[in-house]
Design a protein around this ligand. Structure first.
Ligand SMILES: Cc1cc2nc3c(=O)[nH]c(=O)nc-3n(C[C@H](O)[C@H](O)[C@H](O)COP(=O)(O)O)c2cc1C
Length: 210
C-alpha cells in the first residue's frame, strides 16, 4: 500500500492539521504494516511558479510544438509531481484554513499537477478522471468556528472544503473522507485543547477503516 501525504501547513510542530494527519498516519500504519508514505510538503518542495515557461510548456504540449530548455525543465518537474499523485493508493491531506479558504501553496500544487492527460481527460465536451484512487482523507483545520447559528456560518464562510473535495473527486478519488478541526486558535485555551484532542482521537478511529 502506497500513500501520498500532502502537507499544506508551514507551521511544522505547531500545526494542528499536521498533528492530526500524523496521528492518522501512525494509526493507519498499525492497521497496514506494509505501508509506504511519500510526504509532499508544499512549502518545502520548491514548487515552480506557474509562470510564462510553465504556461508555454502546457500549450506547446497540447499543440505538440517543441519546448525550449526552460519549458522542458518545468514540464519535467510537473510530470514528476503528477506521477507522485497517480502512484498513490491512498491520499492524505492536511489543510489549514487561510482567509476562509486554503493556503496558496496548495493551489500552486494543484495548478501545476492538474493537467489534461496527467490527472484528467477532456474530449472537447466532457471531463473524465484519470485516477482510480479508492480513498482520500482530508483534515481541515480552522482557527475559528463555523456553526450555522454563529456570526460565521459555514454556509457563507467555508470556502476551504468545497474546492478541495471537488478537486479530489474531479481527478478520480472515489471516496473523500474528511475531518474538520475547528477552534484551533481563537477560542479560550481549554476549548482549543479540547477541540484538538477530539480531532486527534477521531483521526485515530477513522484510520482503522481506511
Ligand atoms: C494567513 C492565515 C490566515 C488565516 N485565516 C483564517 C480564517 O480565515 N479562518 C479561520 O478560522 N482561521 C484562519 N487562520 C487560522 C488557522 O486556520 C489556524 O491556525 C489553523 O490551525 C491552521 O492550520 P495549521 O495549524 O495546520 O497550520 C489563518 C491563519 C493564517 C496563518
Amino acid at each position: 500500500m502506497h500513500l501520498l501525504y500532502i502537507e499544506a501547513s508551514p507551521r511544522g510542530p505547531r500545526s494542528v492539521s499536521s498533528a492530526v494527519t500524523t496521528a492518522f498516519l501512525q494509526a493507519y500504519r498499525q492497521a497496514c504494516p506494509e505501508l509506504t508514505v511519500d510526504t509532499l510538503n508544499v512549502w518545502e518542495e520548491n514548487l515552480p511558479d506557474f509562470d510564462q515557461e510553465a504556461i508555454g510548456a502546457k500549450y506547446k504540449g497540447i499543440s505538440k510544438e517543441p519546448m525550449n530548455p526552460a519549458e522542458a525543465a518545468v514540464w519535467e518537474k510537473i510530470r514528476e509531481l503528477a506521477a507522485r499523485i497517480r502512484r498513490a493508493d491512498r491520499i492524505v491531506l492536511g489543510v489549514p484554513m487561510w482567509n476562509f479558504a486554503y493556503p496558496y501553496k496548495l493551489k500552486q500544487l494543484i495548478d501545476l499537477v492538474c493537467q489534461r492527460n496527467m490527472l484528467f481527460t477532456y474530449d472537447g465536451t466532457e471531463y473524465g478522471p484519470l485516477l482510480k484512487t479508492p480513498r482520500a482523507f482530508v483534515v481541515y483545520a480552522r482557527g475559528g468556528t463555523y456553526a450555522e447559528d454563529s456570526p460565521t456560518p459555514a454556509s457563507r464562510f467555508d470556502h476551504q472544503k468545497g474546492y478541495i473535495d471537488f478537486w479530489l473527486k474531479f481527478i478520480g478519488v472515489q471516496e473523500v473522507q474528511r475531518l474538520v478541526v475547528e477552534g484551533t486558535t481563537w477560542p479560550e485555551k481549554e476549548k482549543r485543547e479540547e477541540s484538538i484532542a477530539r480531532g486527534l482521537e477521531e483521526a485515530r478511529k477513522l484510520a482503522a477503516d481506511f
